[in-house]
Design a protein around this ligand. Structure first.
Ligand code: GLN
Ligand code: ZN
Length: 768
């Protein structure tokens, strides 16, 4: 055994190959099953996952990677860091309290002041996973308040598996939290460590007592820009934790990025093992190996935990050989780059994907085998057959004509700076557009989608099951569009939309019509709670075999004299919400998508569409973890948006839309998109977002959202008027558009109609 490298997994998807956890959780929420049944489903899933990993040959199998909702929230519960508005004496079980923190009992801002509204949720680093944000206050206390981590360790033990429990690290926990209270601005959150670490010590000591050999503590913040104080907090934390255990071995795991200038502190942590992400950290892995201290184990995260492509054994083994010759096999572990909760469960059920494509992919279950195979290879075992078939798969992917489209590559190579620019400057375009569109001051519009009613969802399901014909479905969509155009005319909205009823998802709809995309059947990953997403897979060069939206848009325009906006999803957003090929830079893939969209934009123009919106809600979330990497990203993101938008005449008005209001740090890039009009989410922040415009004079037209579509509340005329008056302090009034925050698909018509009527009325008052 001593000659073989250990295999280490950081986390396994908990959702089940057929979304068993979602089904059980939602059934519990709607009182269709009781908590026992939910707990049993969860237990069965955990046991299955542990046994799958054991059978695959993984030695360090994680536990406590299971969660009903979110592992950060579980940590909050374990630390007893329950926000005080949740009454802990209520007669609820821990499970219900946990769900209440995640989901709330009532909406923010409703009149009931005892309302226990949910904690905020936000993105986990640069993944599409969302965690529940810990609420930190200077006077908060911590106490061990959940037995989850012990129960699951024990549960695995009784299956004959001694697992490695996983904890969210204390410093990552604090950094990912949000400080509340009167002293929020002056309070140093890391002072909470003194109260928090005793609970961590209690957990570690109990696990040691129970017979645990390893504990994994996740500190992915090593991938971020850290202050001196944060690095000191990390050093202090691990000195304290390491000093509190005897035989228990601690592993600190970093993932999602390079460690860079944090490396010295990372390597000096007094723990038994350190995990690094050598997929995202491919460039620095040699440095890590060369500077790695003696007497510690290096866990090399060489199998990508957040994408779906087969590992390249050749390349991986070159890294591992170097590690082996420098450090020795006994100082190495082979692991996925990060927890595999960001991967779908298995390709085993993908009977509809063709064999050639499937042969290039591996989901979480298949990745286990990759880890074990690499460990065997580096330990000198004969796995030649596996190495050969891996090489064959990768070779076939490299050279496949299904991936490499000569025409696309040639066109992409020829793109020049001029292709990114509109023919004229904004001011000139603006005048031309004004005389052609003839819009009033404070023009009103919406962001694209209108309510996706149960009836629409039903019809889509019937079509999928072939219980209605495509023709019947299309006729139905037509009636929805007619109805929606009519409603907008009655409301007296100025620029209309068709409602997006034919789309079930803003990325999938385009991916399905583009070459180079493929869709799995069960490739779900958790986005938050019981909400899972099934990202499209971009496997090859992207091209557009035929127009995608022209027919529906043209049809809609034929129903009215008012301009109807063509609605497209932008290149960066399509990239950001997909599994992306890893054999060329992301910027290149985005460029190909941009070219396909550019053709669509031009075709819409040819079909008589005068206003075209290219949505980029995900442009901000694509920002790299390190600020020094931002300029490069922003440059290609902006260029590719412009590439998609600039094929049209001056007369055609290009809109874009973005959600989430933290724009202050990228406002110049937003301006650089040079869209004629941008609409942005801002009503929840009461136009705070407009702060960004105090120092920066935004040159083009802008619609700051005045109607918060995340709430069923119907905003009244006065409040929307007030927001618009406020906006005029920052934006010249002739540049202001009036629109909701975002699309209306999640709302009901009963809310949307009066809200939009009020919105139009607010615009009319301003015109007077
Ligand atoms: N046009 C899309 C809609 O209205 C935009 C959605 C979004 O910004 N996420 O639904
Ligand atoms: Zn939006």
């Amino acid at each position: 055994m001593s000659n073989s490298v250990l295999t280490n997994n950081l986390g396994f998807p908990r959702i089940g190959a057929k979304r068993e956890l979602k089904k059980a959780t939602e059934a519990y929420w709607s009182n269709k099953i009781d908590s026992n049944e939910l707990l049993e489903t969860a237990s069965a899933l955990r046991k299955l996952n542990w046994n799958t990993q054991k059978k695959a040959g993984i030695e360090l199998i994680p536990s406590n990677d299971f969660s009903f909702y979110d592992q950060v929230l579980d940590m909050t519960c374990t630390l007893g860091a329950i926000p005080s508005r949740f009454n802990r004496n209520q007669n609820t079980t821990d499970l219900d309290l946990m769900f209440t923190i995640a989901r709330g009992l009532s909406k923010i801002g409703t009149s009931n002041d005892k309302a226990t509204y949910a904690s905020e949720m936000t993105k986990w680093f640069d993944t599409n996973y969302h965690y529940i944000v810990p609420e930190l206050t200077s006077n908060m206390d911590f106490k061990l308040a959940s037995t989850k981590i012990f129960d699951e360790f024990q549960e695995a033990l009784s299956e004959g598996i001694k697992t490695k429990p996983v904890l969210v690290g204390p410093v990552t926990y604090l950094k990912m939290g949000k400080v509340f209270g009167d002293d929020a601005s002056s309070f140093d959150r890391y002072t909470l460590l003194d109260k928090m670490l005793p609970v961590y010590i209690q957990i570690l000591q109990k696990l040691e007592e129970m017979g645990a050999e390893w504990v994994q503590i996740d500190e992915p913040i090593f991938s971020l820009d850290l202050t001196k104080e944060e690095l000191e907090a990390l050093t202090k934390t691990y000195k304290v934790l390491a000093g509190s255990v005897n035989k228990l071995k601690l592993m600190v795991a970093n993932y999602f990025g390079e460690i860079r200038e944090n490396l010295a502190v990372f390597l000096s942590l007094p723990v038994s093992a350190l995990h690094v992400d050598s997929v995202r950290g491919r460039k620095e892995i040699d440095t890590v190996i060369e500077s790695f201290p003696e007497n510690k184990i290096l866990s090399i995260g060489i199998v990508n935990g957040r994408n779906i492509w087969k590992n390249n054994y050749n390349d991986s083994l070159s890294v591992l050989e170097k590690a082996k010759s420098t450090l020795g096999v006994e100082s190495l572990m082979i692991a996925p780059s990060c927890s595999m909760i960001h991967s779908p469960v298995t390709i085993a059920n993908e009977s509809k994907l063709d064999a050639e494509l499937l042969n290039w992919m591996s989901f979480a279950t298949e990745k286990l085998d990759e880890i074990v195979t690499l460990a065997k290879a580096i330990s000198g075992e004969n796995v030649q057959e596996k190495l050969d078939s891996n090489k064959a798969a990768n070779d076939s992917r490299n050279s496949s004509t299904r991936i490499h489209n000569k025409a696309v590559k040639e066109r992409s190579a020829k793109i020049s700076k001029e292709d990114l620019e509109r023919s004229s400057e904004f001011e000139k375009r603006r005048q031309i557009q004004q005389s052609s569109l003839n819009l009033p001051a404070f023009p009103t519009t919406t962001i694209g989608s209108f309510p996706q009613t149960p009836e629409i969802r039903k019809m889509r399901a019937l079509l999928r099951k072939n219980e209605i014909t495509q023709k019947e479905y299309d006729e139905f969509i037509k009636t929805q569009i007619q109805d929606t155009i009519k409603k907008q005319e009655d409301l007296d909205i100025d620029v209309l939309v068709h409602g997006e009823f034919e789309r079930n998802d803003m990325v999938e709809y385009f991916g399905e019509q583009l070459d180079g995309f493929v869709f799995s059947r069960f490739g779900w990953v958790q986005s938050f709670g019981s909400r899972y997403v099934k990202p499209p897979i971009i496997f090859g060069d992207v091209s557009r075999p035929a127009p995608m939206t022209v027919e529906w848009t043209q049809y809609s325009q034929s129903l009215t004299d008012k301009p109807v906006k063509g609605m497209l999803t932008g290149p960066v957003t399509i990239l950001q919400w997909s599994f992306v090929r890893d054999d060329q830079p992301r910027s290149e893939t985005t460029k190909q998508i941009a070219l396909a969209l550019r053709d669509e934009v031009v075709d819409l123009e040819k079909a008589g569409i005068k206003v075209i919106q290219i949505d980029e809600p995900a442009i901000r979330e694509g920002l790299p973890l390190r600020q020094s990497d931002w300029p490069e990203y922003l440059e290609w993101a902006v260029d590719n948006f412009k590439l998609s938008a600039s094929g049209v005449q001056d007369e055609t008005q290009i809109h874009t839309h973005m959600c989430y209001s933290e724009f202050n740090d990228m406002i110049e890039s937003i301006a650089a998109l040079d869209a004629d009009v941008i609409s942005i989410e801002s009503s929840r922040s009461k136009m705070d977002l407009l702060d960004a415009f105090v120092d920066f004079k935004y040159p083009n037209e802008i619609g700051p959202g005045v109607y918060d579509i995340h709430s069923p509340r119907i905003p009244n005329i006065d409040e929307m008027e007030e927001l618009l008056v406020k906006a005029q302090n920052y934006i010249p009034k002739e540049h202001i558009w009036v629109n909701p925050d975002c699309g209306l698909k999640t709302r009901r018509w009963e809310e949307v109609m009066p809200a939009l009527a009020n919105m139009v009325e607010a615009a009319k008052r301003l015109r007077k």
